[in-house]
Design a protein around this ligand. Structure first.
Ligand SMILES: Cc1ncc(C[n+]2csc(CCOP(=O)(O)OP(=O)(O)O)c2C)c(N)n1
Ligand SMILES: [Mg+2]
Length: 598
């Protein structure tokens, strides 16, 4: 193949990953580079700031399988590191492209703008290494193509972000385009066949012996793109099927959320006490979705499937979940003897709250039970950290709807821009009917400029802003009336016109009562989805989801976070109730920090 420019090589590789939209903020170090992006068939969509761009690339990658954003050296890239780190924590394959000063200027230690004025140019690159699985600054034409390929292949292999710096005088230099003929490795290498067969045989014999099997679908199943296969196994077997802290499809045997002592008691009992075999697909254990490490599933009866290994009991095998799960599925599909050994755990997730009957002021309980009924196949739902995340844990998504939030990294301000990226990717792929964002007003105040992107891109979102006069989730943890948990008052009605006066938009609200919300959700206008729609919901300062479900999971989970300063357990972040203490005494904290909600 003939020669190509360094920038062309990079963008053609990104196009090969299905990337049609690249996010970012331009700067003089990458203006010439950006002149080349359109030739690869990629649209550059500028954002108001780099943090928004990084979150948008994260959301885009969750749908497309890879995302990208461009920033400028120093101030630009540093503004994006929170999003870059979030992508690392949450296994999002994202390329962060950074425009660098020229190679000569860097060699001569010239004091260039956006540096620290010290003559050094490697400090930002050094910083980002901790939150990237590979990095390169393309200062050498002989290795530029292989550096790009190595970074992108590592990103795909690890499903985590990479960083590629392009000096301003390099982007238009010619290199061989030969490498572009070799496809990037989008699939993980297959498992060793005989080892995989051995492991699957062992799992099948455990399944055959089992009388009360349970399936747990956890965060790594979703981040490894195995939700479909996980659901299929659950559907075919009909066994008790639970997820952790997140959405699921409405399978008949779906039994709720498992989160240790934070679970509904019936669910906890079936998973921990009654089961004799647990197929844990992609366990990703954090404080958040283990009921603050109060989960207790006997390792001896557990098979844990992970990206690069499988654990049967305490024994670890070097075979990854992609091959094992698919092979297991093919066995389960033809073996009717193993079906229906266990069944759904019955509980009513949404007993009608009193407030709903009285049609009084809007309560979180009512809100989530109303939204639960509103979701449809083809919906893309993104929730924000705060009370929204807790509310969404109890919502059941219909088959074909997708929902997520940033469960592990939990950075407020993430949901809006990530939603923008995800909705753009899903719209390009034609896999979405409706995009729904649910955010608290405190979180929205960090990144409201993403509304400009949503309006400009004509993505026609439906956005619910929960306005509860401050940081409610923080108020409930500590400082109920503290001034640090208050916020400036904004006029949310004006946001659509401020951020996109030339685009059509609708505002509904402020919705203050259950009755008003019910009427709005019955309004066909809202469901037409013909333009940007913003719904402002007024909620109580100390109102949290699932209060009416006091004996049920989400509320108990919430209580574990009650007040970090009254916790009797070292290392614990929450107030531990008597029930949770009991579980903790059985289950001394194991290793920390490996779990993520689906
Ligand atoms: C970047 C960042 N800063 C601070 C926090 C701490 N934090 C977590 S939730 C929250 C409050 C969210 O408030 P809001 O969006 O209004 O939701 P609410 O709980 O009030 O419904 C804060 C400040 C965080 N998670 N991320
Ligand atoms: Mg709030």
């Amino acid at each position: 193949m003939s020669q190509v420019k360094v920038g062309d090589y990079l963008f053609q590789r990104l196009a090969q990953l299905g990337i049609k939209t690249c996010w970012g903020v331009p700067g003089d170090y990458e203006l010439a580079l950006l002149d080349l992006i359109g030739d690869a068939g990629i649209d550059f969509r500028g954002n108001a700031n780099e943090l928004i761009a990084s979150y948008a690339a994260d959301g885009y990658s969750r749908i497309n399988g890879a995302g990208a954003f461009v920033t400028t050296f120093g101030p630009g890239e540093l503004s994006a590191y929170c999003g870059h780190a979030g992508a690392y924590a949450e296994y999002c394959p994202v390329v962060h492209v950074v425009g660098y000063p020229g190679v000569k200027a860097m060699e001569n230690r010239t004091l260039m703008h956006h540096s620290l004025g010290t003559g050094d140019f490697d400090m930002y690159h050094e910083m980002v290494k901790k939150i990237s699985v590979d990095t390169a600054v393309l200062t050498d034409l002989n290795t530029a193509a292989s550096d790009i390929d190595r970074c992108l292949n590592t990103m795909l292999y690890e499903s985590r972000p990479v960083y590629i710096g392009v000096p301003v005088d390099m982007s238009h230099q010619q290199i061989s385009g030969e490498g572009l003929k070799t496809p990037l490795r989008r699939e993980l290498p297959p498992n060793d066949k005989s080892e995989e067969d051995k492991v699957v045989k062992e799992i099948m014999s455990m399944i055959k012996r089992a009388k009360k099997p349970v399936i747990i679908m956890d965060g790594s199943a979703v981040r490894n793109n195995l939700a479909v296969e996980s659901n299929r196994i659950a559907e075919i077997t009909g066994w008790t099927f639970v997820t952790t802290c997140g959405a699921n499809e409405a399978l008949p045997n779906y039994s709720g959320i498992y989160g240790g002592a934070g679970s509904i008691e019936e669910v906890r009992k079936v998973v921990e006490d009654d089961s004799d075999f647990v197929l844990w697909i992609g366990s990703f254990r954090t404080d958040f979705n283990s009921g603050e490490m109060t989960d207790f599933v006997d390792e001896k009866k557990t098979v844990d499937l992970q990206r690069f290994f499988t654990k049967i009991g305490s024994k670890k095998y070097d075979v990854g979940m992609h091959g094992v799960l698919k092979s297991l599925l093919s066995k389960v599909e033809v073996d009717s003897s193993i079906r229906a050994k266990s069944s759904k755990v019955e509980w009513d997730p949404y007993p009608l709250p009193e407030a709903a009957k009285e049609k009084k002021e809007l309560k979180q309980d009512f809100l989530w039970s109303a939204l639960d009924k509103m979701f449809k196949p083809g919906d893309l739902v993104v929730g924000e950290t705060g009370t929204s995340a807790f509310g969404l844990t109890a919502v059941r998504f219909p088959k074909g709807a997708i929902g997520y939030n940033q469960t592990v990294f939990g950075s407020i301000g993430y949901a809006g821009p990530s939603f923008t990226g995800a909705l753009k990717a899903a719209t390009e792929a034609g896999t979405v009917n409706r995009g729904i964002l649910i955010t608290g007003e405190g979180s929205l105040q960090l990144t409201p400029m993403c509304f400009a992107d949503l309006l400009k891109l004509d993505l026609k979102p439906l956005i619910f802003v929960l306005n509860n006069n401050g940081y409610t989730v923080e108020r409930l943890i500590h400082g109920k009336t503290a001034s640090y948990n208050t916020l400036p008052v904004w006029d949310y009605k004006q946001l659509c016109t401020v951020f996109g006066p030339e685009f059509p938009s609708k505002y509904y609200g402020p919705i203050k009562t259950c009755d008003e919300l019910e009427k709005l959700l019955d309004n066909p206008e809202l469901h037409k989805g013909d333009c940007f729609q913003l719904v402002e919901l007024i909620l109580g300062e100390l109102d949290a989801p699932c209060k009416s479900l006091r004996d049920y999971g989400p509320q108990k989970l919430f209580e574990t976070y009650a007040d970090p300063y009254t916790s009797p357990l070292p290392g614990s972040v929450g107030k531990v109730t008597a029930k949770i203490e009991e579980f903790n005494s059985r289950n001394a904290p194991k290793e920390v920090g490996t779990s993520m909600g689906g």
